[in-house]
Design a protein around this ligand. Structure first.
Ligand code: SP5
Ligand code: ZN
Length: 337
């Protein structure tokens, strides 16, 4: 299995996130990907590579060009500091053009978890390039490859950052593969992939299947409900499986297998999996109770579909558990192949 590691992620380290007005340490830390990389690199059959460069048009097919240039420009104006929506650290006058530039974050972002500094655009590009590299490996004929994307992507909409996400790496990979044939995205991060749903909501060439903690109680709160099924051509090409908080492997499994069945029946030529490890029992923010061994079982079921598959890293926040959970998932995939 080729595993793509975007080393530039080390330059991304937001110090804090703001939740209900309270400033907390940021959960999306560099150690996450370092631990995952260290553990999967010990598995026989895994080869770690760096991302290749792809044209920026692959990002701009999925994201609004105003949003993309805003991310670069707001970062430049922010300097080393991480700035938040509608925070005014540069210049005091409301008419200052710099102030106004940064204030536009209220348009281009939907939460206070996702700050921007002068490295953000570059690390987000590298993360997207990792997803494209993994997708190109599968397009060339490999059955599976794994992009260790950081920052993650599935909450990023066409023109809004949020949920620690800037560019939607999984959507960029899925759109790239959709030029070759039908694609399905399977999102098993504990949070609803609102960005991926949003990007493909009116398309019938990329089906999006999402299993996640009930958004009534968990981020992103505003989407991920069962009645969201797509619109226009995209109607019935979006499927959400919200699940109650606190459920264990055995309660989760029938829902998971229903989602797998849905993917099999749609017979895609390629599969993109948004892999989050935050449904694990010891995740600090997820709220579900999946075991480490269950990640092996999920991977085996996905690999048994025999669809060429790009794995794209999303969340997973217990840095002490990520080594063993990633090892369980990746070896599940390799054991089945
Ligand atoms: C990619 C991804 O998994 N993004 C998830 C964003 C969810 N952020 C929710 C943050 C809630 C933080 N507060 C937790 C309180 C524990 N002290
Ligand atoms: Zn998540």
């Amino acid at each position: 299995m080729i595993v793509v590691y975007p080393s530039r992620h080390l330059r991304h380290h937001p110090p804090s996130e703001i939740f209900n007005g309270v400033v907390e340490p940021h959960a999306e830390v560099p150690e996450r990907i370092e631990h995952i990389k260290a553990s999967v690199s010990n598995i026989a059959g895994v080869r770690i590579v760096l991302p290749k460069h792809f044209p920026l048009s692959w990002i701009e097919q999925v994201h609004d060009s105003g949003y993309v240039s805003y991310l670069a420009e707001a970062g430049r104006l922010s300097g080393n500091a991480y700035t938040y929506p509608s925070v005014f650290p540069y210049g005091s006058g409301e008419n200052s053009s710099i102030t106004n530039e940064i204030a536009r974050r209220g348009i281009y972002g939907f939460d206070l978890y996702t700050p921007v500094s002068n490295t953000t655009y570059y690390v987000a590009c590298a993360s997207a390039m990792a997803a494209l590299t993994a997708a190109s490996v599968v397009r060339r004929g490999e059955m599976v490859s794994y992009a260790l994307c950081r920052p993650p992507g599935h909450h990023a909409e066409r023109s809004r950052m949020g949920g620690y996400c800037y560019f939607n790496n999984a959507a960029i990979a899925a759109n790239y593969l959709s030029r070759q044939g039908k694609v399905a995205v399977f999102d098993i991060d504990v949070h609803h992939g609102n960005g991926t749903q949003h990007i493909f909501y009116e398309r019938d060439d990329v089906m999006v299947v999402n299993i996640h903690a009930d958004p009534t109680y968990k981020f992103p709160f505003f989407s991920g409900f069962e009645h969201e099924i797509g619109v226009g051509k995209g109607k019935l090409f979006n499927k959400n499986y919200p699940i109650p908080l606190g459920i264990s492997d055995e309660e989760y499994h029938p829902v998971f297998m229903a989602a797998v069945k849905r993917i099999r029946e749609s017979a895609p030529q390629y599969l993109v999996v948004s892999v989050g490890y935050d449904a694990h029992v010891n995740d600090p923010i997820g709220g579900l109770r999946l075991s480490t061994a269950y990640y092996h079982r999920m991977a085996t079921a996905i690999a048994s579909l025999h669809i060429p598959t790009v794995l794209v890293q999303e969340g997973g926040y217990n840095t002490g558990e990520l080594r063993s959970v990633a090892q369980s998932f990746v070896s599940g995939f390799l054991d089945a192949n």
